[in-house]
Write a protein that binds this ligand. Structure first.
Ligand code: CP
Ligand code: NVA
Length: 336
């Protein structure tokens, strides 16, 4: 399997076999890291990680994975480069590609990361856009494989809440590819786009899986092996929308009852960060304005035995390392 020089922009760009392969490489790296085995394979390579939106996990995962592989890493924060205001994406891509062997980008438009990839002759990795979060989906599937016993074919992942967001889009694509049933459970106003459904449904069918879109939380009962949620307002969305979102999404908060009535052995996942208590300034503001003290998940579920959220966060690093290792392997400087 040859990934050398490829970009990692969307889950849909990869086959089921390629995605499995990436997960297996990530598991190998996890083992090596736990055993303290050196894997500084790229001492002569450097990468740039460029953020138009803020991040904790994605930034740190790329940075640590880069160091573990022996590489130099440059972090450009949302105000730290000329890109977008003084320099076009195409020009930035061609400049960065002269210095670096790979470029990560997190930002608003999917078109921006695609334009970077078009103009940079080194691999470009998508660290989240408004429409997808592919490295997150890889980590989530690695975590589910670890916690649900290997093969996920025929098992069911239920995403509850804002089912038209970037994380849900990538999870739906990944489920379809991996033959896992996917339930998008949320209010009609926030259902997945017809476009993404039209792409994913035939892939799911081919792989023996089903995608269900519903506004009924009872559909999760005795069905869901994994229940996933995400924030009700994503990075870059208008804060004025909080009131409307709370009204739409309160019935979809993940509760203990939801977990207890799902399939035996069910697990709870969240990409994080999460508003499960009042220990953040955003949660405090929302509490003052709207009177709620927990948002997409109760604190009880977040802290419960069902929750695998910190294993999931750790797996961001191992999966991102696998993506970088596979796409950087060999001499990519000849162009993509
Ligand atoms: N899950 C995730 O992408 O987290 P960050 O926004 O902290 O990178
Ligand atoms: N949907 C969230 C995911 C954060 C990791 C956002 O885009 O803010």
């Amino acid at each position: 399997m040859d990934f050398a020089g490829k970009d990692f922009l969307r889950i849909l760009d990869f086959s089921e076999e390629e995605l499995h392969y990436m997960l297996n490489v990530a598991k190998k790296f996890k083992e090596m890291k736990k055993k303290g085995q050196n894997h500084k394979y790229f001492p002569n390579k450097n990468i740039a990680i460029v953020f138009e939106k803020t991040s904790t996990r994605t930034r740190c995962a790329f940075e640590v994975a880069g160091y573990d592989l022996g590489m130099g890493v440059t972090y450009l924060d949302p105000t730290g480069s000329q890109m977008g205001h003084k320099e076009s994406t195409a020009d930035t891509a061609r400049v960065l590609a002269r210095f670096y062997d790979g470029i990560e980008f997190r930002g608003f438009k999917q078109e921006t990361v695609e334009e970077l990839a078009k103009y940079a002759d080194v691999p470009v990795w998508n660290g989240l856009t408004d429409s997808c979060h592919p490295t997150q989906a890889l980590a989530d599937f690695m975590t589910m494989e670890e916690k649900l016993g290997g093969n996920l074919k025929g098992k069911t992942l239920a995403f509850v809440g804002d089912t038209h967001n970037n994380v849900s889009n990538s999870l739906m694509a990944m489920s379809a590819k991996m033959g896992m049933n996917y339930i998008a459970c949320g209010p009609k106003e926030l259902k997945p786009s017809d476009e993404i459904l039209a792409i994913c449904q035939p892939i799911a069918k081919k792989n023996g899986a089903k995608i269900t879109v519903t506004d009924d939380i009872n559909k999760l009962k005795e069905t869901a092996d994994a229940i996933y949620t995400d924030v009700w307002l994503s990075l870059g969305e208008d804060k004025e929308k909080w009131g409307e979102r709370i009204e739409q999404l309160e019935p979809y908060r993940v509760t203990m009852e939801m977990m207890q009535t799902a399939r035996p052995g069910a697990i709870f996942l969240h990409c994080l960060p999460s508003f499960h208590d009042l220990n953040t300034s955003v949660a405090k503001d929302v509490n003052e304005k709207f009177g709620i003290s927990e948002m997409e998940v109760t604190n009880e579920v977040f802290e419960s035995k069902y929750s695998v959220v910190f294993d999931e966060a750790e797996n961001r690093m191992h999966t991102i390392k696998a993506v970088m290792y596979l796409t950087l392997y060999g001499d990519n400087k000849g162009g993509k």
